[in-house]
Design a binder for this molecule. Structure first.
Ligand SMILES: [Zn+2]
Length: 680
């Protein structure tokens, strides 16, 4: 029956879309098996080629290999995240391990590595283009970091460590989930002071579901506990909820994460040492823009002092309000959100309900497209009648100023039960120009609640910002114009990838955009100028607190991964000592404390990498100032440099070189300090 498996054949659909209508869950396993087998056959051809290695028969051949696997994976991982079923979830559990083993088989293939290594050794004599040299460098590094150069014993140990780490990090995540799921703060009618009608209704629902009808339940989900901490006037209850929230992962029972943390850290350190690095942070940062722990610390130190000063001033404001209230309290960690919310309302008079009618989804999509037209000359024409994977997904043919097809853009905007939470950009097909000009198929996935009965869907300001953020990632994929797939689109360093997205957020609040697109859903009137001003004015509110809680987590993450971990390691003592060194204020805790720091311990993505968001903010704040300095948020010459060196360049250059090519110099942290309201 494989002849009928649509995943195994090149697409004949419009724009090269997968044949979604013909796809069935039973197609994936045989397609993955066939794709992995084909890929291994390709690898064997390259590795066993009797001809001496050259760029074309080794590196370019690697770039041409695995295309079927990329195509099958492109369909599967997108649908598993956006339109999943129990069958897809089961395939997902099985296929993850199979794919990891498949990748190891390639990266630990000694014959293959010796060809890559030989080319790398004489790279300067190969007369490569700049992009080819970069692809060779990145490929070589990828093999090295997987342990290709180690002896057999060490390779086996690397494999053991990877497997054990996979188990430990999965347990870590499940423990945090369990602690969140198990907890319930039950409230009586008399405990509800300060809580809104909305919150009471959902808390009553929670209590009902947990077998306590007639009462009210607060959970440890951020959306529940944070609102409770902001609005409850009962200090004793805030303290109870806060303590439970802050101690997830250290409750002493079966879900306690402290022993897992010690083992994870020891294994990571061992892996780094096997690879010749002094510690895990040095190993992990080696392929980032920051490159070294020292560079990350320099950035954190620059932000820390002004953040601390701002947070102290904010605390004084909160304390003054509490005293004016006649409350005999010294502001503590469980009080901050409550008093901050009251200061925010008092000072800026900003109410979400007043803003929402001005942020209609369709208008915000049009606004994001408009900015892309002004900056990059792109136009977007909706394509009707395509066979897409869900009826609510929209498709746009993206063309450049000359009318040439640039990409197919899919917008999957609405929440549904079969979709994972959050927002992201992904691709069904990446861009490359290796053998032919292949243009990408990019998707933005969001989770907005659709308004009933055809009414316009309204967004919060944060939602609109998220839409612009993800569209920035989409442009990074769509404008990509490189030869080799390895360096296409968003295939860049982890601490660089948020630049195109965070930068794009800036244009949402440009007056030209708000005046043009933030129109009232019922009256069509543009947003009043005074409301526009209140939004601008409130931008720096509580930034001291936000910066302190973020940086504290980033410092501890780095400390944990730079230190030697021995038998006496104690996660809580370590955290305490680490925070004491930076004089952490008592009234604020880390945004993610160590026992529930899932960015760092529920997988490898952001280990020794929590700083990345701040690093990218250094770039986006400074990059946007290039437009401000020109006095034109759409200055054509700056936009063209931005397109060429950032949005279209993928990973063809070292990120620092790419940034300098755009800006003429390295980023300056002062722009970030101004963005956060810390300017001197
Ligand atoms: Zn992002």
């Amino acid at each position: 029956m494989t002849t009928e498996n649509p995943l195994l054949f090149a697409s004949t659909e419009a724009f090269g879309l997968p044949a979604f209508g013909a796809l069935k869950a039973e197609h994936y396993r045989p397609a993955f098996a066939a794709a992995m087998a084909e890929n291994l056959a390709e690898i064997a051809c390259i590795a066993d080629d009797p001809a001496p290695p050259d760029f074309e028969n080794t590196i370019a051949a690697l770039e041409r290999s695995g295309r079927l696997l990329a195509r099958v994976g492109g369909v599967f991982w997108n649908l598993a995240a956006t339109d999943t079923t129990p069958e897809l979830q089961e395939i997902e559990r099985d296929i993850s391990g199979a794919l990891a083993r498949h990748e190891n088989e390639i990266l630990l293939n000694a014959a293959l590595f010796s060809r890559v290594d030989a080319l790398h050794a004489r790279r300067d004599a190969l007369a490569l283009t700049e992009e080819q040299a970069r692809v060779l460098e990145l490929t070589h590094k990828r093999f090295l970091r997987a342990g290709a150069e180690l002896d057999e014993t060490a390779k086996r140990r690397m494999a053991e460590i990877s497997e054990r780490l996979a188990n430990l990090t999965t347990s870590f995540a499940q423990n945090v989930l369990a602690d969140e799921a198990d907890y319930l703060l039950l409230l009586e009618e008399s405990d509800l002071d300060g809580l809104s009608e909305d919150f009471r209704a959902s808390a009553a629902q929670v209590a009902q579901e947990r077998g306590a009808p007639g009462k009210y339940g607060v959970t440890l989900a951020r959306s529940s506990v944070e609102i409770f901490l902001q609005s409850s006037t009962r200090r004793d209850l805030r303290e109870t909820a806060f303590r439970a929230w802050a101690s997830r992962g250290e409750t002493g029972g079966a879900t306690d994460n402290r022993a897992l943390i010690a083992e994870i850290l020891r294994l990571r350190e061992e892996r780094a040492r096997l690879n010749g690095f002094a510690n895990f942070a040095a190993y992990k940062l080696d392929d980032t823009m920051a490159k070294t722990p020292t560079a990350v610390r320099e950035l954190l130190d620059r932000v820390w002092a002004p953040a601390l000063a701002a947070a102290k001033a904010e605390r004084d404001d909160l304390q003054a309000l509490a005293e004016r209230d006649g409350a005999n309290v010294a502001i503590g960690a469980a009080d901050w959100r409550h008093y901050a919310e009251r200061v925010r309302k008092e000072r800026y008079d900003l109410d979400q309900a007043e803003l929402r009618p001005y942020f209609q989804l369709d208008q915000m999509i049009a606004a994001a497209f408009h900015v892309a037209k002004r900056l990059f000359g792109l136009s977007f024409v909706e394509v009707e009648g395509l066979d897409l994977y869900h009826p609510s997904v929209r498709a746009f043919d993206v063309r450049d100023a000359k009318g040439e097809h640039v990409a197919l853009f899919l917008g999957d905007y609405f929440a549904r039960p079969s979709k994972r939470g959050g927002a992201w950009m992904s691709e069904f097909r990446g861009q490359e120009n290796l053998d032919e000009r292949i243009r990408p198929i990019i998707v933005n996935v969001l989770n907005f609640s659709r308004a009933p009965d055809g009414a316009p869907t309204l967004l919060s300001l944060d939602d609109a910002r998220t839409l612009f953020h993800e569209f920035g990632h989409a442009l990074h994929g769509m404008l990509s114009d490189v030869t080799y797939p390895l360096v296409a689109g968003t295939n860049v360093a982890r601490d660089f990838v948020e630049l195109p997205s965070q930068l794009y957020e800036h244009w949402l609040l440009e007056p030209e955009i708000l005046r043009g697109f933030a129109r009232h859903a019922e009256t069509g009137a543009p947003m009043p100028e005074e409301l526009l001003e209140r939004i601008q004015k409130s931008r720096h509110f509580n930034q001291g607190f936000a910066s302190v809680e973020f940086c504290a987590s980033a410092y501890v993450d780095l400390d944990l991964h730079e230190s030697a971990i021995d038998e006496s390691f104690n996660a809580l003592r370590f955290e305490r000592e680490s925070l004491a060194r930076i004089s952490m204020p008592e009234e604020i805790i880390m945004r993610h404390r160590t026992p529930h720091f899932t960015h760092v311990f529920a997988g490898d993505g952001y280990s020794a990498g929590y700083y990345s968001y701040l690093w990218a903010e250094t770039l986006d704040a400074d990059a946007y100032e290039a437009f401000l300095e020109a006095g034109d948020p759409f200055a054509p010459d700056i936009a063209e440099r931005l397109r060429r060196h950032i949005y279209a360049a993928g990973g063809t250059q070292d990120p620092a070189d790419a940034y300098v090519a755009f800006r003429g110099r390295m980023p300056n942290v002062d722009a970030l300090l101004r963005q956060r309201g810390f300017a001197r």
